[in-house]
Design a protein around this ligand. Structure first.
Ligand code: ADP
Ligand code: MG
Length: 693
């Protein structure tokens, strides 16, 4: 049997693994032997040395050898067996809540025991609660463990020792035959990484003298080497997906300027340099006969919509359709109304499709889309539905990408597949993605950054205020609105309960209406019908309302430049990126704007941390970096994205510094080489997810 095959044999080839156990292993993502190799310990125990009781400290795990002095059952709140042991340097109590008579009879005065457990402070000095222990026979020498003891991530129905046994068995099958080495030799030499097989043997059975600190923090060269290989595999898979797309081809669209020039001319402002640069990058991509796949990152308020309009117009100038999709109806409708007011005077038909478009109106829109008279189609994910057929879609804009999954991105692309071509894609996100994340999650995308805000914006001034000062804040809202400016009041709740959050917003709106009878107050929350929500938003925008009480539904994209004050209740309950998005609703006009973070003391450490970041900076990229540190990558990208972000060994935060090297290593490997394919087979269980075109 070849080496390759050993690692790909099913777990059932191991002794003692039947269908039931195989199913449980599957829950851990383990189906082949190689999955066992790559199922690394979460941590290690050191059972290689005896510790003297005198040297023990709380919370460390230790092996001790000692003599029983006294053993007795203690009644009290919880019946327990207490056993006092002494090793000549000091004494320690063993405490058992579950025990039987045999145990009590065994642990009698003078008996020698070897124990392993975590040391804790107890009422009468240090204790071990439920230690693993063994009674030693006189004159018998018990050997200690020869290597650190791995502790593996488990699932229900599999014990530590069972899994340990299986992994040892698998490693033995592997024997001294090395697994196929897939990292280039130069890379290994250059970084002093161990060979794959050595790294695996080491990590499953680290020798006594291994650097435990490094192992625990995941920075040991053996771990880094595996993380590197895994990141490389993912990077190559994304590149392959991209290569495949480029083989498909896309309509080359010329930027004639026929419509975009008059469009720009009638704007009340000039594009910023950053907008111009990104618009040029997009235009150049669309002019090529390969599908554009470009991610535009730009902080809230940086003017990404202009890029979307210009991209859509480039398609229309070539007689083709464009689709613009936003994640919520509020946002999509806002885009629709804007696009309509900009484009219809220029003779471009804009269509609108969302879940709420029903009955006859829907039939009409679907027909427009199919006939091509809807030249720019704006909508929500309703655009993905089967019934939606485009005549000649050549350009897709997806706004606020992090709200959509990769699968949805692919599905809209499919809609435009025609004569072996697929549409260009522009993805826009206001949640800046730290570079390291972008490199792994979006290695298949080109990236443009709008790193400049339109002129005349004054940065939002952020204050943190204890909620005992609520009355003063309410007065501040009154003053603000009496000056003809508008304000938001955002209610949050810790539970993931939309119902409770809406309720809180309702209560707050009633209280504020009582306290501020002279203000016109509106309320939006997620439980209103989209129609109702949109109406209230429209009234706020038209300044028929002074104060908008809202849940976090207003988070993305709402644009009311006259709103210059935002109160956020319980800001510590929100993530940094979410706070940043919310705050981005103010500071859109030229007047000075304020964001008041009204917290309830005491704050958790992390909560305080987040609030101080918000006060320190309005730079979305810096906030995103801090968010990544405080919350981790899964959260930052949003749950929908985590599907593609699941790594077995790599940790985007811990291994962030590897990304650049992985990137350059990947660029030296052909995505279709045997090496790349083998890496994919080894590391990516759902390779087709990336490779799908
Ligand atoms: P975002 O990047 O958050 O989507 P928008 O596209 O909604 O930002 O733009 C925010 C606001 O800035 C809008 O009111 C828009 O009309 C305005 N705007 C966009 N570009 C410019 C510019 N170059 N100069 C002045 N205002 C601009
Ligand atoms: Mg936007």
């Amino acid at each position: 049997m070849s080496v390759q095959n050993v690692s790909q044999r099913g777990v059932k080839d191991l002794k003692g693994v039947g269908t039931a156990l195989a199913l449980k292993l599957q829950k851990l993502g383990i189906t082949q032997l190689q999955d066992l190799f790559f199922h690394l310990p979460a941590r290690y125990q050191d059972r290689t040395r005896l510790s003297a009781i005198a040297g023990l400290m709380p919370s460390i795990e230790a092996v001790i050898e000692a003599e029983v002095q006294l053993c007795d059952i203690q009644m009290g709140r919880r019946r327990s067996l207490l056993c006092r042991v002494h090793d000549g340097t000091g004494a320690l109590t063993l405490r058992f809540f579950h025990f039987n008579a045999a145990q009590k009879n065994q642990l009698t005065k003078g008996v020698r025991v070897r124990c392993f457990g975590e040391v804790r402070p107890g009422p009468g000095g240090l204790e071990m609660v439920h230690p693993e222990y063994r009674v030693l026979r006189a004159g018998q020498d018990e050997p200690l463990e020869q290597s650190l003891t791995p502790i593996y991530p488990l699932t229900e129905g599999i014990t530590q020792s069972r899994l340990r046994g299986l992994i040892q068995q698998a490693l033995q099958l592997l024997g001294s035959q090395p697994l196929e080495e897939l990292l280039p030799q130069t890379e290994l030499n250059h970084r002093a990484y161990p060979a794959l097989t050595d790294a695996l043997h080491f990590l499953h059975q680290p020798p006594v003298n291994a650097d435990q600190q490094a192992l625990l923090s995941g920075t040991h060269p053996a771990q880094r080497r595996l993380a590197f290989e895994e990141l490389l595999a993912h990077n190559l898979a994304l590149r392959l997906a991209r290569t495949n797309i480029q083989k498909v081809g896309a309509p080359a669209l010329k930027a004639t300027g026929r419509i975009s020039r008059p469009f720009l001319a009638q704007l009340p402002f000039q594009l910023t340099d950053a907008q111009l640069r990104v618009a040029r990058e997009v235009a150049r991509d669309m002019n090529r006969p390969v599908p554009m796949l470009r991610l535009v990152q730009g902080d809230v308020g940086s003017g990404k919509t202009m890029i979307a309009v210009l991209a859509a117009l480039q398609s229309v100038e070539n007689g083709r359709q464009a689709a613009v999709m936003a994640p919520t109806e509020i946002l999509a409708e806002q885009h629709y109304l804007n696009f309509k007011s900009w484009l219809e005077p220029l003779g471009v038909e804009v269509s609108w499709l969302a879940g709420k478009v029903k009955g006859k109106a829907r039939v009409t829109v679907l027909e427009q889309i199919k006939q091509g008279s809807g030249q720019v189609v704006v909508g929500t994910h309703a655009l993905f539905q089967d019934e939606v057929q485009f005549k000649d879609l050549a350009m897709v804009v997806i706004d606020e990408q992090h709200r959509f999954g990769v699968d949805q991105r692919l599905s809209l692309r499919e809609k435009g597949r025609q004569d072996g071509m697929i549409p260009h894609q522009l993805i826009m996100t206001a949640t800046p993605i730290p570079r390291t994340l972008a490199m792994s999650a979006y290695a298949d995308l080109d990236c443009s950054i709008i790193d400049e805000l339109p002129p005349g914006r004054t940065p939002v001034m952020t204050l943190a205020v204890d909620d005992t000062r609520r009355p003063q804040i309410v007065q501040r809202v009154r003053q603000n609105c009496q000056q003809g400016k508008q304000a938001y009041w955002v209610c949050t709740l810790i539970e993931e309960s939309e119902a409770l959050e809406c309720q809180a917003a309702e209560t707050t709106a009633i209280e504020l209406a009582q306290a501020l009878p002279d203000l016109r107050i509106g309320l939006v929350h997620g439980r209103l019908k989209p129609q109702e929500k949109a109406e209230i938003m429209a009234r706020f925008k038209a300044h028929e309302l002074d104060l908008l009480v809202a849940t976090t539904v207003i988070e993305v994209g709402v644009d009311v430049p006259n709103a210059s004050l935002m109160i956020i209740e319980n800001p510590d309950r929100l993530g940094l990126s979410q706070l940043h998005q919310l705050r981005g609703r103010v500071g859109r006009g030229s007047q000075e704007s304020f964001c008041v973070l009204m917290y309830h003391a005491p704050l958790s450490r992390n909560g305080r941390e987040r609030i101080s970041v918000m006060r320190e900076t309005t730079d979305g990229f810096r906030i995103a970096e801090r968010d990544l540190e405080l919350r981790g990558p899964g959260e930052v990208l949003g749950t929908r994205q985590t599907g593609m972000m699941q790594f077995r060994i790599a940790d985007l935060q811990r291994d962030a510094d590897l990304m650049e090297m992985v990137h350059s290593c990947a660029s030296g490997i052909s995505t279709e080489s045997a090496r790349a394919l083998a890496l994919g087979r080894r590391w990516i269980s759902d390779a087709e997810q990336y490779a799908q075109v």
